[in-house]
Design a binder for this molecule. Structure first.
Ligand code: DON
Length: 331
């Protein structure tokens, strides 16, 4: 076991926490060799499998970063949290939940089996591809640019800059999209899509191809930890009800068919993507103890070597360790 349990007498200074996080990142980096980078989208294979980094931003402003923090990567499935949020903000929560459910599937992210076998009235949840593609069809706009404008605006409001679209990843994903096309055609047949299929898929591939950093993920997580309000400016960026709904879905469906284990062993809402990113949200805890980030924090992790479920193999271990040491679990 690596060292670093929180000591009751220690002042939780940035420097003190930084030393532990540095130690933990170097300890958990070895697990990257047990995973594989995603290969079904060819360009993602170029990622460096040894990379591992973390960024933590507290609601009170403290920031800890360690490891490979300057490597940009595409947001991939993490975008599903934010298109769901945007759809709820544009259309209203009940409109969206009438078209996509909030139940975990226990299946792989790109499975359609449950949809067909159980003859559902709507996709299981907005984080499996069937649900995310349906959500992309609900976004307002006649072009993918129009549909994604509010998403870019939301990111700009939270991050302070407008992230770029990685067109190489978008093209690579579009060229190899047979599975998502199959899901899309099935959704058309069932009458679930509210926009034309090509437009919906283009929107979905583009949302996955937005380039961000782990620092950005930590900031996105921190806003969710604070129920949608920026703690520095006290401006509500995401309505509280929508932020809380998104977090409940992250807890139950955010890590795909590993969501149950993640909830049991890590105990905080999180969402992963196949490029190796994870955004995790530690809400404020009302413990009267000497623990870091009691006021809540957002955590961004990047480690492109993935496990069988498509989650960062070393990133999950690192998160689990930190959540245990700092008692981050919401339970
Ligand atoms: O639908 C896809 O294939 C991807 N662009 C997004 C998948 C993803 O990130 C799933 N994550 N674990």
């Amino acid at each position: 076991m690596v060292q670093g349990a929180v000591n009751q007498n220690t002042k939780l200074t940035e420097e003190w926490l930084q030393n532990y996080v540095d130690e933990w990142v170097s300890f958990f980096r070895k697990y990257t060799k047990n995973g594989e980078v995603a290969s079904y989208i060819p360009i993602l294979q170029k990622a460096n499998k040894n990379h591992l980094g973390i960024s933590i931003i507290g609601n009170e402003g403290m920031t800890i970063q360690s490891g490979d923090v300057h490597v940009p990567f595409t947001i991939q499935s993490i975008s599903k949290v934010f298109t769901f949020i945007v759809a709820c903000m544009e259309r209203g929560v009940s409109y969206v939940l009438n078209r996509v459910d909030v139940e975990p599937t226990g299946e792989a992210f790109n499975s359609i089996m449950h949809l067909e076998i159980r003859q559902l009235r709507k996709p299981f949840n907005p984080f499996v591809n069937a649900g995310a593609i349906t959500v992309a069809s609900l976004l307002k706009g006649k072009t993918s640019e129009e549909k994604l404008e509010p998403l870019f605006q939301l990111f700009e409001d939270i991050l302070g800059y407008r992230p770029r679209l990685n067109m190489d990843v978008f093209e690579s994903e579009k060229e190899t999209s047979v599975r998502n096309r199959a899901i899309g055609y099935y959704l058309v047949e069932m009458g679930y899509l509210e926009s034309e299929l090509e437009l919906t898929l283009e929107t979905y591939f583009k949302q996955c191809s937005i380039e961000i950093s782990i620092h950005d993920l930590a900031r996105l997580g921190m806003i969710l930890a604070n129920d949608g309000e920026d703690p520095q400016t006290e401006i509500e960026i995401i309505p509280r009800q929508v932020a809380r709904l998104a977090k409940s879905l992250m807890l139950t469906c955010g890590m795909y068919d590993a969501s149950g284990k993640f909830a049991a062993y890590v105990g905080i809402p999180a969402k992963s993507g196949v490029s190796g990113g994870i955004v995790a949200v530690a809400p404020p805890r009302s413990r009267n103890e000497d623990l870091p980030f009691l006021e809540g924090c957002g955590i961004g992790v990047y480690g492109p070597a993935l496990d069988k479920q498509g989650n960062s193999i070393a990133g999950i271990r690192l998160l689990r360790h930190i959540a245990t040491k700092w008692d981050l679990s919401i339970f």
